[in-house]
Design a protein around this ligand. Sequence first.
Ligand SMILES: [Ca+2]
Ligand SMILES: [Ca+2]
Ligand SMILES: [Ca+2]
Length: 181
Amino acid sequence: MKKGVVMILTVIIVLSAFTLFASAKNLSFGDVNEDGRVSIKDVIYLSQHLENIRNLSPQALKNADVNNDGLVNSVDIVLLRQYLVANYESLPITDYVIYGDVNEDGRVSIKDVISLLQYLENIRNLSPQALKNADVNNDGSVDYVDIVLLRQYLVSTYKSLPITDYVIYNDSGENMFFSLF
Ligand SMILES: [Ca+2]
Ligand SMILES: [Ca+2]
Ligand SMILES: [Ca+2]
C-alpha cells in the first residue's frame, strides 16, 4: 500500500474512533449526576430536578430521559428505579409498560381511572403507550374490565399490577364499574 493511502486510512480510522467515543459519551442514559455511573444517586438527582430544587446541565437532562421520548418526567424516574432493581438490562428503556398509569404521569392514581373512563366514553384519546399501560389485566384489549380492576387495585383489593387472576361476574365489566360509585 502506498504511504499516502495508509496515511489517509489512518486518519479515517482515528476520526471514526473519536466519533464512536463522542457518541458513547452522549448516550449516558440514566447518568443524571454525570459521575459515569448509573446508581440510586441518579434517581435522587432526577427527583430533585422534578421538585425544582436542583438544576441539571443540558447533558444531564439528555441522560435523564431514560425512555428517550424527549421528555424528562416521573416516568423516567419509575423506569430508572426499575432498571436499578434489574427489571431491565439496558438503557434507554423504550419498550415498557407501567400498568395502570393511563395518564402517563408515572403514578397509579384515581386520575388514571378518570383518564381511562374518558377514553372508554370516547371523550379522550390515549397514546399508544397509555393504551399499553391501560391494559391492567394484560389481555390485549382495553375495556371496562381494566377500569374495574384498576379501581379495585386502588382500594387495595389487589396488591400488584397487572391483575391476571380475577373473577368478574359480568360480561363487559361496564355495569360493575358504574355500580362501584
Ligand atoms: Ca422521558
Ligand atoms: Ca398516572
Ligand atoms: Ca385488558
